[in-house]
Design a protein around this ligand. Structure first.
Ligand code: SAM
Length: 203
């Protein structure tokens, strides 16, 4: 079924490198990206809530990102582009300091030590995020997985990222305006506390 809408995703994202604002969105607004959108409730809701921001959703699997496309169509948002690709390739798609914010929501935990480099907060990913983020850019990361959260805190601290608004229980924190993802809703309903942090790149 998803084959019919594959053309709706950005076909050659590398062609927009360094020019996402003007070439894709026709403006100079901030650029926020989400890596691993899943079914996309978060990014589509954010795009509808913040028409003054440009959003790009990135997801590995076409059969998953097609759900994001459906939500985008329902909400009729024009400030959201979708790319079906591996987040490991972001340097091919974004120029240095092109991105204002990166959202990582409920990233796959890859619990085995030998798979640690696949975690989206592993050092090789953090180094890429540092490159594409503006100096005052931010990562916003949420997860139900305490081990992944602790790993991420450790990685970010070791790499010199500045951490802020760190909470181990988002629901009972003073953070306002949370937009729930599909995974977040599932875990929150089971009473699992949600961890959240914001991080700015090392200077
Ligand atoms: N963010 C969504 C949420 O909170 O409901 C989905 C969370 S799900 C656990 C993780 C998603 O990240 C999956 O859809 C998976 O396919 C995607 N993903 C994992 N590794 C990825 C990668 N390297 N590049 C792009 N997407 C990835």
């Amino acid at each position: 079924m998803y084959e019919q809408v594959l053309h709706e995703f950005v076909q050659n994202p590398a062609e927009y490198r360094g020019q996402w604002r003007e070439k894709m969105f026709g403006n100079d607004a901030p650029l926020h990206i989400e890596l691993g959108t899943g079914r996309g409730r978060f990014i589509t809701t954010m795009a509808a809530m913040h028409p003054q921001i440009n959003y790009i959703g990135i997801e590995l699997f076409p059969e998953v990102i097609v759900r994001v496309y459906q939500k985008k169509q329902q909400l009729q948002v024009t400030n959201l582009a979708l790319i079906c690709m591996d987040a490991a390739n972001i340097l091919e798609v974004f120029e240095d300091q092109e991105v204002d914010r990166i959202y990582l929501n409920f990233s796959d935990p890859w619990p085995k030590t030998k798979q640690a480099d696949k975690r989206l907060t592993a050092r090789p990913f953090l180094d890429k995020y540092r490159q594409i983020l503006k100096r005052d850019g931010e990562i916003h990361f949420k997860t139900d997985n305490r081990d992944l959260f602790d790993f991420s805190l450790e990685m970010m601290e070791a790499a010199g990222w500045q951490l802020k608004n760190v909470t181990y229980d988002l629901c009972n924190s003073d953070f306002e305006g949370n937009v729930m993802t599909e995974y977040e809703e599932k875990f929150s309903q089971r009473g699992v506390p949600i961890c959240r942090l914001e991080a700015t790149p090392p200077t």
